[in-house]
Design a protein around this ligand. Sequence first.
Ligand code: SAM
Length: 269
Amino acid sequence: MDTLSNSTPHYSLGYSAEFIGFLRGLAEREFRYVSPYLEPGMRVLDVGCGPGFLSVLLAQGQLLGIDIEPTQVEIARATGQRSGCDNASFQLADAVDLPSEDDQYDLVHAGGLLLHLPDTARALGEMHRVLRPGGTIVCRELLPDAVFVHPDRRQLLKRGLQIFTDLVAADDGHPHIALALKPSLRRAGFDEIELTASFDVYDTPKRIDVFATLIERWFLGGDLGRWAQSYGAASDDLLAEVSRELGAWRRNPDALAGLAVATAAATKS
Ligand SMILES: C[S@@+](CC[C@H](N)C(=O)[O-])C[C@H]1O[C@@H](n2cnc3c(N)ncnc32)[C@H](O)[C@@H]1O
């Protein structure tokens, strides 16, 4: 498969099997927040589609999913085939240079993408260009300051989250883009901007196990931890301390965590 010059040279989340598995588990829940804007037959563009688990749910008319990473495009094509979805196609492309004519789509979706982009204004400008007049953009982004973890002795798990936001910032991303979605969309030319926020809550032993295993393997003991160390965003000792706290948290019968996510929807007039 071809490669591209890449406007996201450092993608903070990596492409580990653990994180791809997490996205698979998230897709149905994410779909609930986008589905109010979907209608049968809509032409949909999913920007930063990743492995395509959510894209195939959004493909109720024709869907194009694009991603900057060749492995994700391949996985997304396999996801489409496995789910018998013949109205979705996937293409290697950069969010700042979309491979579509002007005014093509009824709905443009970007989930968990904007926080990684060095140039969010250019990407939103592209999304505005390819959306038809009257079409809708839906963006979903993490709200790091509203995430809760309980119990969190010595605020160690919050410090783990700070390591993550420092890493995204070091990678030229915008970890707090969720708070700036309103002005960013307005400046890109969108109007009728609506924002809502929700929590993906980890409460049952099974969900807590999934969440803690992801953080342990993918973040603290995986690529992200190593990258954070290389940027000076975390020391070995801090990662080990957060990991010990995570171990205590997951064994606590009262454990609870909520990932806060903002959804912004807006219109091109
Ligand atoms: C967190 S994943 C989200 C995947 C999918 N939207 C979902 O919700 O399951 C973000 C994706 O954005 C892609 N990405 C990052 N920078 C990009 C860019 N400049 N253009 C297109 N895709 C990009 C990454 O490769 C990754 O697959």
